[in-house]
Design a protein around this ligand. Structure first.
Ligand code: 5CA
Ligand code: ZN
Length: 412
């Protein structure tokens, strides 16, 4: 599948120190300083609706990871998926009497435009579930033959993963079994399905049903893939048996990332699947969770159509820490627009306080678990002093603009 267009990223003098990131599995901030290429897999959209500000915030978070790694001199290998076949997509297409393929193509195209407008550096590989089906079917068969998966005996052809064969199950989310049992059905799981060995066993392959799309699965029989195995197989195929960062919103902590890791680890024998499991907070609207049922989604494409500067949208989302669940408000956008105006004025001043000191400060803040609010405060201080006429570094305004562009993705 095609990714989107990238932008040129300014080169900055010197190099960043190692990036430190919170890892959900180890429940603490740990360095991410790989000796080889830095590898990252981010869980992308299920394209049944337009990109909302929650998706945007999550994509911006991992864009910062990529920017800081590059700034530290790492080669970055970044893969993102599109879940272009799954129950929610089929349900929406059914509801609207639309072909699911047309719906997926349209929303994915819109997502690409939104990502470009927000200056998200594109992944090297942007991969759909549908195009990955032969690989997924092959790996499900491996799990089946290996005794880590089983077929239900009800004639459906459905195949489940046996979590009792994953001794580390639970290490990624750090949830108790009771907590898992509570969350599982809320996030696509089917604990009550008759014939499963454990209520938490996740679906690997859904046998073909009348009226549902299906693909030949070879020895597996016709059907379509489960959700967690999709991400495990795409990541393993393009990035190797272990990766630096597995990313997504914190709604994916369990069961999605726990199950993906369990599948991958069983397939490769290498653990942990990801060195860091990184989770972005949920974005809500005016204090309420943004959700389709509440009808309170704010779409990036809507804001763009209303002529809102995408850089203001990006800046508004960066004004909160990525890990915090937080709310979008109109005031947040107004404040970001105001901030952008001040920064733009300061960036064309004849001189300002030391550029290298500003750059070092921003690098330090972002390397500290992506402290974007801290980085924004430093930029505010620098701009305030510059606009007040203090500071005598004539190269500082240009470096200020380059640093914001390269590290925060904010082009003035
Ligand atoms: N296709 C799957 C991942 S494999 C999926 O969760 N799709 S999604 O469209 O629901 O979400 C796309 C990405 O945005 C995921 O990383 C998800 O965790 C994140 N996300 C979804 N809603 C929000 C939100 N309200 N705030 C922040 N991030 C969100
Ligand atoms: Zn995923």
């Amino acid at each position: 599948m095609d990714s989107w267009m990238g932008h040129e990223v300014p080169r900055l003098p010197g190099r960043s120190g190692p990036l430190r990131l919170f890892d959900s599995a180890r429940q603490g901030v740990q360095p991410s300083d790989p000796s080889g290429p830095a590898t990252m897999y981010v869980c992308g959209i299920t394209p049944y609706d337009a990109t909302h500000l929650g998706h945007a915030a999550t994509m911006i978070t991992f864009d910062l990871v990529q920017r800081m790694w590059r700034d530290a001199g790492h080669e970055v290998r970044y893969v993102q998926n599109v879940t272009d076949i799954d129950d929610p997509l089929l349900e929406r297409a059914d509801r609207d009497g639309e072909d699911w393929k047309v719906l997926a193509m349209r929303e994915t195209a819109l997502f690409r435009e939104d990502m470009e407008a927000l200056r998200i550096i594109p992944p090297a590989h942007y991969v759909g579930a549908v195009e990955s089906i032969p690989d997924i079917a092959e790996k499900v068969l491996v799990l089946l033959k290996d005794g880590a998966a089983y077929r239900l005996e009800d004639g459906t052809g459905d195949v489940y993963f046996d979590i009792s064969t994953a001794p580390r199950f639970g290490y990624e989310s750090n949830l108790s079994r009771d907590e898992m049992l509570e969350i599982f059905p809320e996030r696509g799981g089917d604990p009550d399905r008759a014939g499963k060995r454990d209520p938490l066993d996740p679906l690997l392959w859904r046998g073909a049903r009348d009226g549902e799309p299906s693909w030949p699965g070879g020895e597996l029989g016709p059907g379509r893939p489960g959700w967690h195995i999709e991400c495990a197989v795409i990541a393993l195929g393009l990035l190797g048996s272990t990766i630096q960062v597995q990313g997504g919103g914190n709604d994916l902590l369990f069961p999605h990332h726990e199950c993906s890791a369990a599948h991958a680890e069983r397939l490769t024998g290498a653990a942990p699947f990801a060195e860091h499991y990184v989770h972005a907070g949920m974005i809500g609207l005016d204090g309420e969770k943004m959700s389709k049922s509440r009808g309170n989604l704010v779409f990036v494409s809507r804001l763009r159509a209303d002529r809102v500067d995408p850089m203001a949208v990006r800046l508004a989302l960066l004004s909160g820490h990525y890990r915090a669940d937080r709310s979008w408000t109109d005031d947040l956008l107004t404040a970001a627009e105001e901030r952008l105006r001040r920064w733009r004025r300061a960036s064309v001043a004849p001189a300002g306080p030391s550029g290298p000191a500003f750059l070092a400060g921003v690098r330090d803040r972002l390397n500290d678990d992506l402290d974007s609010p801290g980085a924004l405060r430093l930029a505010d201080e620098w701009a305030e002093q510059t606009l007040a006429g203090t500071g005598d570094d004539p190269a500082a305004p240009a470096l200020f603009a380059d640093a914001l562009d390269a590290l925060l993705g904010i082009r003035l």
